[in-house]
Design a protein around this ligand. Structure first.
Ligand code: HEM
Length: 72
């Protein structure tokens, strides 16, 4: 099972968290869950993070977590 604490939270750098804290907290389960569609869309279209694109395997992990109901 893919979990937020074990698998997803570590994907977000401290810089990501700091850059995005005007919208949501990427290290907070409830925030990421509530904004998951928006987050996935921006990562998939390559516009976020602002300085690099995620490798495909990391995108797939995030997608799998969402499909599995976003376990904490
Ligand atoms: C994996 C890490 C990141 C994710 C998932 C992410 C996600 C997002 C999302 C979903 C939005 C749209 C927010 C809205 O709907 O209002 C957004 C906007 C924005 N993000 Fe990020 N972000 C990440 C990292 C970063 C980094 C590293 C920077 C720059 C240092 C950055 C700068 C911005 C800025 C300036 C905006 C507002 C302008 C825009 O919508 O393009 N983000 N981000």
């Amino acid at each position: 099972m893919v979990s937020f604490e074990h698998d997803i939270k570590p994907l977000f750098r401290e810089d990501d968290r700091d850059a995005m804290d005007f919208v949501f907290d990427l290290w907070n389960y409830d925030d990421v869950r509530a904004n998951a569609d928006n987050i996935l869309e921006r990562i998939k279209d390559g516009s976020m993070p602002c300085d690099e694109e995620w490798p495909q395997e990391r995108i797939e992990l995030l997608e799998r977590w969402i499909q599995e109901g976003m376990p904490a």
